[in-house]
Write a protein that binds this ligand. Structure first.
Ligand code: ADP
Ligand code: MG
Ligand code: ZN
Length: 504
C-alpha cells in the first residue's frame, strides 16, 4: 500500500486525489481515417493533408487497422476489458484546428475499459497499481501557430487526423511523485510495445492532471472515495517533472483555500513553467457540451481478431524476473528495465561468465561482479568518451575471462580496471594478452607470500608489538608494507590471511 500524506484542515483529515488523462500519438504509417502520412517530424505545414483529414463534405473515413491493433495491444498489456464491438462517436466542438467541426472519438463503447497500470519504475520492492477507467482511440487536431501580427494565427493540418490514444485513470493517485512515476512508466511501456515514441517534447505524449482535495472523514478510505472534493484540471504540462511540480503547487494552493474557509473553484488552469505556478484559464461553467452521438459513417469494430497479438516481455514482468533471477535490488535492476539492450547484454555477460567458471558456489558473486564492472567501470569509461552503450563495444568472452580471473584471485580489482580500460580503448584486444602485457598477474603462491610477510614482520618489530598489545589498526599498515614489498603483485587477501596466522 502507498503511504498517503494526510492534510489537516481545520481539524479534519483531507487527502489529494488525482486522476490523469494522457494522450499518446500512435506510431503508424498513415493517419487514423485517411492514407495521409503520419509524420511528426514533417516541418513544412499542410504537406500531409487530403480532403478526408481536411473535413471536406462528401468524404468518408476509413479506419486504420494498425492503429486499432496498437490500442488493443496496449489494453491487453494493461489487463483492460477489451470490448467486443467498439464504436466511434462524434465529439462536437468548434475550433479552427478542427476542420470537420467534430472530432471522431469514442464515448459510448471505447476499445478498452478498466485495467490497471503498474508503477514499475518505482524504487520500492513493491509495485503499486493505478486503476484505469478506459482507453479510447480518437484523431488528433491540427496545430495553431500564433503570429506576431495582431489577431492572426496560422493553422497546420499535418497533425489533423493522426491516431491518438487517450488513457483515463480513476482519481486514485495521491501525490506529484506518483504522477511522475505513472507518466514515466507509461512512456516506457509504450516504447516496449513499440506503439508510440511518446516524446513529450514533440507533443507525442501529453498529460492533463485533475486534482482535488478530498475530505477523508466523509469517505470510506478503503474503497474508492465517493465524495471527492471539487476538481481542478491542469493543462499544458510539458514534462513529467512539470506535472509533479504542478500537482505539488495545486495541493498547497487548494489546501490554503480550504483552510481559509473558502471553496475551490472548478476550473481549467494552465501551468506556467517559468513562474512554476498554475493560473486560471477558464471556468467550468464555460466548458463545452460536446453533444456526443454515434459516428454514422463508421460501423462498430469487431475486436475478436485483434486479440491474438503477441506481447513482448512486459517491463514489470522483466523487473520481477531480474530481481528473482539475479537477486539484485530494484534500484539496480531498473537500469536494465529502462535500457533493454543493456539489460540483455548483462544477461549474456552473466551467462557467459557462469558457464566459463562453472562452479555454482560462485554464481551470486559472479552476478555481483558482472553488475559492478559493467555498470560502474565499463559504463563510466564509455560515458567519459561520450559514447552511448552498444553491445558491440565489449566482447562477452573477454568480460567473462576477466570475471574468472577475479574469482580465481589472479588479478586485483585494480588489475580488472586496467583490463577494462584497455578493452574499451580497443575491443579487439583480449583479456589474456592484456593481463600478460601489463604484468597484472597477482601472486597467490603461498611460499612467496610467507617469505614476504616474514620479512615485513622482522623489519617492523615495534608495529608487531603494538599489534600484540591490542592496536588492531596496525594490521592494515603491515599489509600495506607487504603489498609494497611485492610491488603490488601479491594477492592482498592471501597476504592478510598469512599475516594473521604468523602474528598468532
Ligand atoms: P470530466 O467529465 O470533467 O472530464 P471525468 O469524470 O470524465 O470528468 O474525469 C476526468 C478525469 O478527472 C479522470 O481522470 C478522473 O479520474 C478525474 N477526476 C474526476 N473527478 C475528480 C476529482 N473530484 N478529483 C480528482 N480527479 C477527478
Ligand atoms: Mg475531461
Ligand atoms: Zn488525409
Amino acid at each position: 500500500m502507498v503511504k498517503i500524506e494526510h492534510i489537516n484542515i481545520n481539524g479534519q483529515s483531507y487527502i489529494p486525489c488525482i486522476g490523469l488523462e494522457v494522450h499518446i500519438e500512435l506510431k503508424t504509417n498513415t493517419k487514423m481515417f485517411c492514407s495521409c502520412k503520419n509524420d511528426s517530424n514533417e516541418i513544412i505545414p499542410n504537406t500531409n493533408v487530403c480532403p478526408i483529414c481536411m473535413g471536406h463534405p462528401g468524404t468518408l473515413p476509413v479506419p486504420n487497422k494498425d492503429a486499432i491493433e496498437k490500442i488493443i495491444k496496449l489494453g491487453m498489456a494493461l489487463g483492460c476489458d477489451i470490448q467486443k464491438e467498439a464504436t466511434f462517436d462524434r465529439k462536437n466542438y468548434f475550433y479552427p484546428d478542427l476542420p470537420k467541426g467534430y472530432q471522431i472519438s469514442q464515448s459510448f463503447v471505447p476499445f478498452c475499459l478498466g485495467g490497471k497500470m503498474p508503477l514499475f519504475l518505482s524504487l520500492n520492492d513493491e509495485v503499486n497499481y493505478v486503476q484505469l477507467r478506459e482507453i479510447h482511440l480518437e484523431e488528433d487536431a491540427g496545430k495553431l501557430l500564433h503570429t506576431n501580427a495582431p489577431g492572426i494565427a496560422l493553422v497546420d493540418f499535418n497533425r489533423a487526423g493522426v491516431p491518438l490514444v487517450e488513457l483515463v485513470t480513476e482519481p486514485v493517485i495521491h501525490s506529484g511523485e506518483e504522477v511522475r512515476l505513472f507518466g514515466e512508466s507509461l512512456q516506457l511501456l509504450v516504447n516496449y510495445l513499440d506503439i508510440s515514441n511518446a516524446d513529450m517534447e514533440k507533443g507525442e505524449m501529453r498529460v492533463e492532471v485533475n486534482i482535488s482535495i478530498s475530505n477523508v472523514e466523509q469517505n470510506d478510505i478503503n474503497n474508492t472515495l465517493i465524495n471527492l472534493g471539487q476538481k481542478v484540471e491542469i493543462k499544458n504540462i510539458n514534462s513529467f517533472s512539470a506535472a509533479c511540480k504542478a500537482v505539488e503547487f495545486e495541493i498547497s494552493r487548494q489546501t490554503e483555500i480550504l483552510q481559509n474557509g473558502q471553496k475551490v473553484v472548478g476550473e481549467t488552469r494552465g501551468w506556467d513553467d517559468i513562474k512554476q505556478i498554475t493560473f486560471s484559464q477558464r471556468l467550468k461553467e464555460e466548458s463545452n457540451d460536446y453533444r456526443y452521438f454515434p459516428e454514422p459513417d463508421l460501423v462498430p469494430i469487431e475486436t475478436q481478431s485483434f486479440l491474438y497479438q503477441e506481447l513482448p516481455e512486459l517491463p514489470w514482468v522483466r523487473r520481477q524476473r531480474f530481481i528473482q533471477n539475479y537477486k539484485l535490488e530494484p534500484k539496480k535492476v531498473l537500469l536494465f528495465i529502462k535500457n533493454i539492450e543493456l539489460g540483455d547484454f548483462f544477461e549474456v555477460l552473466v551467462k557467459t561468465s557462469i558457464e566459463l567458471i562453472n562452479n555454482i558456489e560462485h554464481n551470486q558473486n559472479i552476478i555481483e561482479l558482472c553488475y559492478n564492472y559493467l555498470t560502474v567501470d565499463f559504463l563510466g569509461l564509455i560515458a567519459k568518451e561520450n559514447k552511448t552503450f552498444s553491445k558491440d563495444l565489449l566482447n562477452p568472452n573477454n568480460f567473462a575471462l576477466l570475471i574468472k580471473y577475479l574469482i580465481e584471485n589472479k588479478i586485483s580489482s585494480k588489475g580488472a580496471k586496467i583490463i577494462i580500460e584497455n578493452l574499451v580503448r580497443d575491443p579487439n584486444l583480449n583479456t589474456e594478452d592484456i593481463l600478460n602485457n601489463n604484468n597484472l598477474l597477482q601472486v597467490s603462491d603461498e611460499n612467496f607470500v610467507v617469505e614476504l610477510v616474514q620479512k615485513v614482520l622482522l623489519d617492523n618489530p615495534s608495529s608487531v608489538q603494538e599489534y600484540k598489545n591490542g592496536k588492531e589498526s596496525v594490521l592494515q599498515f603491515l599489509i600495506g608494507q607487504a603489498m609494497k614489498a611485492s610491488k603490488g603483485t601479491a594477492n592482498p587477501q592471501i597476504v592478510k590471511e598469512i599475516m594473521l596466522k604468523l602474528l598468532g
